[in-house]
Design a protein around this ligand. Structure first.
Ligand SMILES: NC(=O)c1ccc[n+]([C@@H]2O[C@H](COP(=O)([O-])OP(=O)(O)OC[C@H]3O[C@@H](n4cnc5c(N)ncnc54)[C@H](OP(=O)(O)O)[C@@H]3O)[C@@H](O)[C@H]2O)c1
Length: 363
């Protein structure tokens, strides 16, 4: 990956996670469980000792030092423009709040108008700002994704920041409107199409940034196992989530190569273990929710790495990297493998082309 010299020396938990990654005999679900445990161990200090005041002061500092996009490309809003998917709750909500405070006009790309309106009311109350709007987007339907992009383009706005944040985790088996396994379809394919349909606007608005939310759960799977994506009997909610998050990293690396020289950068962010609604599909979800509220990071802490990638002058020109705790780290060997990156791109375009003729242009 580019910018390799900036990558942090692996911590003991990363070394352990890599060791687990390399244990071929270990089944993926067990690897996932162990990687999750290591993750909690590596964040215990922030979870136990960082107060909301300290988190807010990190965000305030980021906003003060923010890299401002070029005002010549602001257009009708007279502000830089950001799209955040899944902005109505969790990490997406806190990211939106930080971007509003940094002066962005934010488009909340969400699937539920009523829930999003409540989020907008709360954001207005908490920030005293109103430069935001709701636009409907259901990532489980490529018709909806295409409709969103057409409506956005009709507004004639520039686009300086695209945060591909929305996600689902460990859901019961389902398919998206176009037949993709739903975790892969929502977390990765929907964002792939959204990005590819908006990339021309990003290029015109450059310098511009794309951020793909991934997870250290990607360390628990060794490949994009297409059998698990295509055969409902091979579906495992845990492993399929890990596959979708590995896909986010492979997409980041391949897209970064394709965007070289355009002024558009793309990086991946892992927010850490965050107490959000993401855990709603786990068995005994009520108990899990109660536990994660005390054992995990707050959503504001979970937004710190994304906000760093969105705003920091330190990442000006940095592309194709994996970040957590606001620092670049090495992802799994499977994510760094260039053949895997190219193979996933080909697989995606191939599957899309059958139902979505435009996809052939993205090969
Ligand atoms: N929380 C963690 O511990 C953790 C760890 C690692 C990575 N991540 C990643 O961080 C990102 C944010 O997760 P979070 O924890 O903030 O989760 P969250 O609180 O559950 O929020 C997920 C967001 O995605 C939206 N969404 C789900 N399906 C969608 C669809 N089909 N179309 C459009 N939007 C959809 C949800 O909308 P609704 O409200 O309408 O459902 C919600 O706004 C995800 O990509 C996740 O994989 C989270």
């Amino acid at each position: 990956m580019p910018q390799g010299d900036r990558i942090q020396t692996p911590t003991w938990t990363e070394r352990m996670a890599l060791f687990l990654f390399n244990q071929e005999a270990l089944p993926d679900p067990i690897r996932l469980f162990l990687v999750g445990g290591l993750e909690l161990a590596s964040n215990w200090h922030q979870i136990l000792f960082e107060s909301p005041v300290t988190t807010n002061s990190h965000i305030t500092r980021m906003i003060r030092l923010a890299q401002k996009p070029d005002s010549a490309t602001f257009g009708a809003t007279a502000r830089p423009v950001a799209i955040v998917t899944g902005a109505n709750t969790g990490c997406g909500y806190e990211t939106t709040k930080g971007l509003l405070q940094a002066g962005y006009h934010v488009i909340l790309a969400c699937r539920n108008p009523d829930i999003t309106q409540k989020a907008i009311d709360r954001l207005k109350q908490e920030t005293d700002l109103d430069h935001m709007e709701f636009m409907e987007l259901d990532l489980a339907s490529l018709t909806s994704v295409a409709g969103f992009c057409n409506t956005f383009k009709a507004k004639g706005l520039p686009l300086h920041l695209l945060v591909n944040n929305a996600g689902i985790m460990m859901t019961p088996y389902a398919r998206t409107a176009e037949g993709f396994e739903s975790q892969f379809g929502v977390n990765y394919v929907g964002h792939f199409v959204l990005t590819m349909k908006l990339v021309d606007v990003l290029k015109h608005s450059a310098p511009a940034r794309i951020i793909n939310l991934t997870s250290n759960a990607h360390l628990s799977t060794r490949s994009i196992d297409t059998k698990r994506l295509e055969d409902p009997k091979a579906y495992d909610p845990r492993v399929n989530y890990a596959i979708s998050k590995l896909a986010n990293l492979l997409f980041t690396a391949e897209l970064s190569r394709r965007l070289e020289g355009t002024g558009v950068t793309v990086n991946a962010a892992h927010p850490g273990p965050v107490a959000t609604e993401l855990y709603r599909h786990l068995p005994a979800a009520h108990l899990v929710s109660a536990a994660v509220r005390y054992m995990f990071l707050t959503p504001a802490q979970g937004a710190l790495t994304t906000l760093h990638l969105a705003l920091s002058p330190d990442v000006n020109g940095v592309s194709g990297m994996y970040f957590f705790n606001r620092e670049p780290h090495r992802p799994s060997p499977a994510a760094e493998n260039v053949e895997n990156q190219k193979a996933l791109w080909e697989y995606t375009v191939d599957k899309l082309a059958a139902k979505f003729p435009e996809a052939k242009e993205w090969a």
